[in-house]
Design a protein around this ligand. Structure first.
Ligand code: PLP
Length: 418
């Protein structure tokens, strides 16, 4: 049995503990939703204010050059690269995850059509994040392709000679289950298909090595574990073997080889820069830079290896405490137990009351989220969460269940964003 004192002792020797001070978390909140919206870094408000007042207010249009605005997508992309096993010059920060998926899936289908015209199937997981499935549906309609949705266990069997692209999210948003990226990519390649990985729940959360996995394309999110703020730019990566082979479909002027030549013909920029479309959100990009600083601050303390070690310790502790202290309360562990099989979140299911339980916890300052129809989802970010936080979160969950507090009417009224 783990005690509160044990948790405090773990915090006392946690080498990552000082990183918590990089965040402006509200008092009394245990934030278990950094997988949905990373919290505000302390540096962001002043840095964005400077971008507004000095760079925009004083510098005006000169700041595209003098403040380096124009290079931001590439510079921020270069800072994302080491967290996903990409090299400098291979990543751009831009647009949204959904839009970037449209670009890379379209590019992958074009590649497949050139190299293997009979391949017309996109395989994905039925439980993939819906926006990924919607974008895939739209593109398949447009291209006359088939979208084949399977369960995780059925992926290998679905990779037949008709498959052009395997599109997967590395860590599942609902269950926290993680694919073995290198093995699955090798299987796709052996079947003659390209592999696209959505890193929304893995960039900054788990070790990712796109080159070691020999992936073809990747996209990911800036406002989750990268702490870039609401609506932060997403990112796109294309393996250098593909990057120069074709245009992506949203061929706007920022992806042009020389945007300020204003030529009537599109000439794609070399490499990943052609995955840009139009003018970038400079203020959001600036905030994303501050989010990346919080991850970079972990580098002298062991970087991703240390973050992952603590993330697994936090999630192991959460699972153990829920099983010890909330036994018999109808909660089931949905997330796989094996360390290699999960990301940085733990999901519990309950036949009734999952939504209301999450609302009751939020009212107590323990912020997780609900995913229909029956999941309580808790994200664990080792940058700012401690072991006592995990203890207190489970204690609140135990009390909310034991007292029936969750059954109050106010916790059973559903809101638009869950
Ligand atoms: C969060 C998330 C997205 C978000 O897409 P947006 O275009 O930023 O809204 C996409 N895919 C996955 C798998 C996600 O988890």
């Amino acid at each position: 049995m783990t005690s509160l004192q044990d948790c405090r002792a773990l915090d006392a020797v946690d080498p990552l503990r000082p990183l918590r001070d990089l965040f402006a978390l509200p008092a009394g909140v245990i934030y278990l939703d950094g997988n949905s919206l990373g919290p505000l870094p302390r540096a962001t408000a002043a840095r964005v204010a400077r971008a507004v007042q000095d760079e925009w207010g004083e510098g005006l249009i000169r700041s595209w050059n003098s403040a380096g605005w124009f290079e931001l997508p590439a510079r921020i992309g270069d800072r994302i690269a080491p967290w996903i096993g990409a090299a400098a010059g291979e990543v751009v920060a831009t647009d949204t995850t959904s839009v970037n998926l449209y670009k890379v899936l379209s590019a992958a289908l074009t590649l497949a059509a050139q190299d293997a015209p009979r391949r017309r199937v996109v395989v994905s997981e039925r439980s993939n994040f819906p926006t990924d499935l919607y974008i895939a549906q739209a593109l398949c309609r447009e291209r006359g392709c088939e979208l084949r949705l399977v369960e995780a266990e059925g992926i290998a069997a679905a990779l037949d000679a008709g498959v052009a692209v395997l599109l997967l999210t590395h860590v599942n948003y609902r269950t926290g289950a993680m694919h073995a990226m290198a093995d699955v990519t090798a299987r796709a390649h052996a079947a003659g298909a390209l592999a696209i990985w959505d890193l929304a729940h893995s960039a900054g959360a788990v070790p990712v090595d796109l080159h070691a996995a020999d992936a073809d394309f990747a996209i990911g999110c800036g406002y989750k574990y990268l702490n870039g703020g609401p609506g932060a730019p997403a990112f796109a990566w294309v393996h250098p073997r593909h990057a120069d082979r074709f245009w992506q479909p949203l061929a706007g002027w920022w992806g042009h080889e020389a945007p300020f030549a204003f030529t009537p013909e599109y000439r794609p920029a070399p490499g990943i820069a052609r995955y840009l479309c139009g003018t970038q959100p400079v203020l959001s990009m600036t905030a994303l830079g501050c989010g990346l600083e919080t991850l970079e601050a972990s580098l002298p303390l062991g970087g991703m290896a240390a973050l992952r070690r603590k993330s697994l310790a936090l999630t192991d502790l959460f699972i153990a405490l829920v099983e010890q202290r909330c036994a018999g309360a109808g909660l089931r562990l949905v997330t796989p137990r094996g360390h290699a099989d999960r990301g940085s979140q733990v999901c519990l299911a309950r036949d009734t009351g999952a939504y209301a339980l999450v609302q009751a916890l939020i009212a107590r300052g323990v912020i997780g989220d609900y995913r229909a129809p029956d999941i309580l989802r808790f994200g664990f970010t080792p940058l700012y969460l401690g072991f006592e936080d995990v203890w207190q979160a489970v204690e609140h969950l135990r009390e909310v269940l034991a007292t029936g507090e969750w059954q109050r009417e106010e916790f059973n009224r559903q809101q638009a964003v869950t």
